[in-house]
Design a protein around this ligand. Structure first.
Ligand SMILES: [Ca+2]
Ligand SMILES: [Ca+2]
Ligand SMILES: [Ca+2]
Ligand SMILES: [Ca+2]
Length: 553
């Protein structure tokens, strides 16, 4: 009995040992199956994650490339990107979505991928900025005498100065404009003649003439790239670059769309860019402002400063109030933004809206514009009406008794004048309607207020563009008073502003003389997407900034 029990105990012990062994073996086996399973899950998770990240990049690049068609804003939407990601994660289910944030230039972009039962989702907050030529208050090409913008000027909105010098044919491909080699004019005929001694500066054994250049300001010499850009208040008033419409004449403010607001704060998204040259700030001039503006309802600081050569003057960068500080270099070099020359050396080919290519934009304007024989339009000019059946027209109704109703100009399409044109006489007002551009093969002078007609808003329901192949003068005439203007203003040469003008819209010119009377220029952010026809440089350019990234699951 005792023995049996002992045997039984022994048997039980053996069984127990075997069970432990079995459990242990099974445990190892189970562990190894689970380990292989986990490795597979990790691999799937890795693939799902990588695919979701690739999906995010794809969705961001698509949102970016859609910006031009969508006029610079993000549109809400969700789409399947399963097919796009199939090579990375075969058989996955993938979606991307764009969720615009207030003002629609911000958006959350999300990519979600489910691969073999594992779901991964990542998202980024992106911000688009229209950095096109007409999304500025002032765009300057060349600049003269060391200064792109000279004088006291109150600018609300962005400023973009290239300061690249006049365009030229770089015959010897050395990257700089070369003047004529000096020579001894033995026969005093003003030109080099074979045999006359010369200084062979480039050691090529022959006398070299000056490289041809585009003398866009017609001053008779080549204007080189800038080394310094002057913004000063050494005279009267205060030069200023601001980010809001604070202090704007209420009557004028009613003629343009309300300034944008982001989270309730009025802002023009002002950025200041200078590719070549410095900004000199002296006296009480400032770029941006500190402290509360309009009780905190308007933004004081500018959004960004991108000035490669930095600030100088007696105040220098201490007078710059920018969200990104003052040490950022010019950031748009890769976009290839050039001054939009319409004719002469350096003028690019022009891609017309109908897809046809013209040798220059001037060639396009010549071919498509309606030529009229007008040199002066004053408020009392007799009524006229021209049209060509191709969508180009200009008509005029002089002002009524004592200016009531005001004179009205209606322009549609492109109207061309071969010589100078003068708009208005001293202390007059001309109102406008339509969607048109006046192109002068020479100079344009404006002596009257030029504002949208009653009930119209610039540039959404009435817009006018002025293109001067030469120069543009604003209130430069004898007896001209300060003017109020709303439009898109382009001069291949120089824009000169006398008087304390108030301008809504954008100036695009190679050179500026803003005088000493503190003209005010208010950028109208709706302009780049509501341009008058055929304005030079009206292509939209965007930058995209990735503000943040996060993994959702
Ligand atoms: Ca050269
Ligand atoms: Ca000679
Ligand atoms: Ca030579
Ligand atoms: Ca010149």
């Amino acid at each position: 009995m005792r023995n049996r029990r002992k045997r039984a105990s022994t048997a039980l012990l053996a069984l127990f040992a075997m069970m432990i062994l079995l459990i242990a073996t099974l445990g190892i086996a189970g562990y190894s199956v689970q380990g292989m399973y986990r490795a597979k899950i990790d691999e799937n998770r890795q693939i799902a994650f990588q695919a979701s990240q690739a999906g995010l990049e794809l969705a961001i690049s698509r949102a970016y490339s859609d910006l031009a068609a969508n006029k610079g804003i993000f549109l809400s939407g969700e789409k399947s990107i399963s097919t796009d990601l199939d090579a990375l994660a075969p058989g996955c289910t993938a979606t991307s979505s764009v969720a615009p944030q207030p003002d629609n230039t911000w958006a959350w972009v999300t990519s979600t991928v489910t691969y073999k039962g594992v779901t991964k989702s990542v998202r980024s907050l992106i911000r688009a900025r229209n950095v096109g030529i007409w999304n500025n208050a002032i765009f300057a090409g060349t600049g003269a005498s060391g200064q792109a913008i000279n004088g006291n000027v109150d600018i609300r909105g962005s400023v973009h100065i290239l300061g690249e010098g006049e365009a030229y044919s770089d015959l010897n491909k050395n990257g700089v404009w070369d003047k004529a080699e000096t020579f001894t004019d033995s026969n005093h005929n003003g030109v080099w003649d074979p045999g006359e001694p010369f200084v062979d500066a480039n050691l090529d054994g022959i006398w070299n003439s000056a490289e041809p250049y585009n003398d866009s300001n017609k001053n008779g010499f080549y204007d080189p790239p800038l080394t310094q850009t002057d913004l000063n208040s050494d005279f009267s008033g205060n030069a200023y670059i601001g980010n809001n419409y604070s202090g704007m004449d209420a009557g004028l403010e009613a003629l343009v769309p309300a300034a944008p607001r982001i989270s309730g704060i009025e802002t023009l998204s002002t950025e200041v860019r200078v590719k070549h040259g410095r900004i000199a700030i002296s006296g009480s001039a400032t770029v941006g402002a500190t402290g509360s503006i309009d009780g905190g309802t308007s933004k004081g600081s500018i959004d960004g400063s991108y000035v490669s050569d930095g600030y100088t003057g007696t105040k220098g960068s201490s007078a710059v109030f920018s969200d990104n500080g003052t040490n950022n270099a010019y950031d748009l070099g890769s976009l290839g933004i050039d001054f939009p020359l319409i004719s002469g050396i350096g003028a690019p080919q022009y891609l017309a809206p109908d897809g046809q290519i013209y040798s220059t934009q001037e060639a396009y304007l010549d071919a498509k514009g309606m030529t009229v024989n007008l040199t002066t339009i004053t408020a009392t000019t007799a009524a006229f009406n021209y049209s060509d059946g191709n969508g180009n027209s200009i008509s005029f109704t002089p002002e009524g008794n004592k200016g009531n109703p005001p004179a009205k100009l209606v322009v549609n399409g492109v109207v061309r004048v071969n010589g100078d044109i003068k708009l208005g006489a001293s202390k007059e007002t001309i109102t406008y309607e339509g969607n048109g551009t006046i192109f002068s093969k020479s100079d344009i002078n404006i002596s009257a207020n030029l504002l949208p007609a009653s009930g119209k808003i610039f540039p959404t329901t009435a817009r006018i563009g002025l293109i001067a192949k030469g120069n543009m003068g604003i209130a430069n005439g004898n007896g001209d008073a300060q003017l109020k203007l709303a439009g898109a203003f382009y001069a291949q040469g120089k824009i000169s502003s006398a008087k304390q003008n108030e301008i809504m819209g954008t100036f695009v010119a190679n050179f500026y003389d803003m005088g000493t009377n503190v003209p005010k220029i208010y950028q109208v952010p709706a302009l780049p997407t509501n341009m008058p026809p055929a304005m030079p440089g009206d292509k939209l350019f965007f930058t995209l900034k990735n503000q943040s990234w996060r993994e959702r699951k």
